[in-house]
Design a binder for this molecule. Structure first.
Ligand code: TXA
Ligand code: MG
Length: 345
């Protein structure tokens, strides 16, 4: 399923130059990362950042992740406590986003943080995004490059199909390696506890076990994000006044246009099948079938999930039956995305 990078080495440096110029002049560029494609703008240009919200149809109270090259750059924008620094050192560049207090003097547009006093930062582990960060010298606000509530893009084609003309330029890096959005964490310290705790706001490729091992601390994973205003619910088009500071608070997400049926043991009439592990398809000749991982490998399934959902969306099925996926390792993040997709239908 690998698609080749469409740009040759020379073309790539031209593309990078063009992308950097567009960003500097306030435009939007879709950029590959190791997780999913991001829709990037200069995080210090308010007008450019607002264009991200418009292009995605994203409510303006849902803050964006800012991408930087490394921890040193991140520290210019956010206040890193000891634990946040430690986990950044261990997992960056990589699929981990860390929420820390914002340094106002960094000049990040209010539109990025949606008025919060914190900011979500990450250093992506992808040659093209790192080269673009270096060449442009910018901090890049970049949510996933999909319309709000739709499936995240893991290829340039996905971005083109969804956002089309709303993006000024797509930097094509082929298929993304990890396939699921970054794990988001926030370190919290309160007076009752001797040790800080790590709150996992969104499960992702970096697992709770890995975080606990590196930090020696407990990681808590609330089902829904706890809001500063109160517990929030609803979807990305939710127009309430609650202000989700945790991505988990947004239930409608990653949604194909037909319902998903999870933990399915049989395939019903009209359904397509999203498989996991070896499947006997001898009695399913006409059933659209996409196997997340024939050998039952969770990393591979994570890499292929959104491509599978995008593909299934084009098959004219009335529903998608999804085989059970073990709730361990990155399986936790896989099940999280599937549950959200199922919830929205
Ligand atoms: O892998 C990823 O994280 C991708 C790539 C492009 O880096 N980006 C991504 O962005 O998934 P997005 O916007 O689709 O998800 C970012 C999530 C949102 O749900 C938002 O609520 C949350 O991060 N977020 C942003 N700033 C926050 C903050 N200060 N506190 C808590 N959550 C925050
Ligand atoms: Mg997203």
């Amino acid at each position: 399923m690998e698609t080749n990078c469409l740009t040759c080495a020379h073309g790539q440096s031209e593309d990078l130059k063009k992308a950097a110029e567009i960003l500097a002049s306030g435009g939007l560029v879709a950029v590959p990362t190791e997780t999913v494609y991001g829709l990037a703008a200069d995080a210090r240009q308010g007008e450019a950042v607002r264009r991200i919200y418009d292009a995605k149809g994203r409510p303006n109270f849902n803050p964006l992740i800012v991408h930087v090259s490394d921890l040193e750059r991140a520290k210019e924008i956010g206040e890193f406590d000891e634990v946040s620094s430690l986990i950044a050192q261990n997992f960056w560049p990589g699929p981990l986003t860390i929420v820390v207090p914002l340094k106002r003097e960094a000049g990040i547009s209010d539109a990025v943080t949606a008025g919060l006093s914190t900011i979500a930062l990450r250093a992506p582990d992808h040659a093209l995004s790192q080269e673009l960060l270096a060449l442009s010298g910018l901090a890049l606000a970049a949510p996933s490059a999909n319309s709000s509530g739709k499936i995240s893009p893991t290829s340039a084609e996905h971005v083109r199909g969804d956002l089309g003309e709303k993006v000024d330029f797509i930097l094509d890096g082929g298929e993304t390696r990890r396939g699921l959005e970054s794990t988001i964490v926030k370190v919290e310290r309160d007076d009752d506890r001797e040790l800080p705790i790590i709150i996992c706001l969104r499960p992702g490729p970096i697992t709770v076990e890995e975080l606990e091992q590196v930090s020696g601390l407990k990681v808590l994973s609330p089902q829904l994000g706890i809001d500063e205003v109160g517990k929030s619910e609803g979807d990305e088009s939710h127009e309430g006044t609650s202000r989700p500071i945790a991505p988990g608070a947004l239930l409608r997400h990653y949604a194909p246009s037909v319902p998903l049926r999870l933990e399915a043991l049989e395939v019903r009439s009209g359904e397509g099948l999203l498989g996991f592990g070896p499947q006997d398809t001898s009695e399913m000749q006409d059933v659209p079938f996409f196997n997340l991982s024939e050998v039952g490998d969770l990393e591979e399934a994570a890499q292929r999930l959104f491509a599978g959902l995008h593909w299934m969306d084009k098959q004219g099925v009335t529903g998608i039956a999804v085989r059970p996926i073990p709730h361990i390792g990155v399986g936790v993040a896989l099940n999280d995305r599937l549950k959200r997709a199922a919830h929205s239908a």
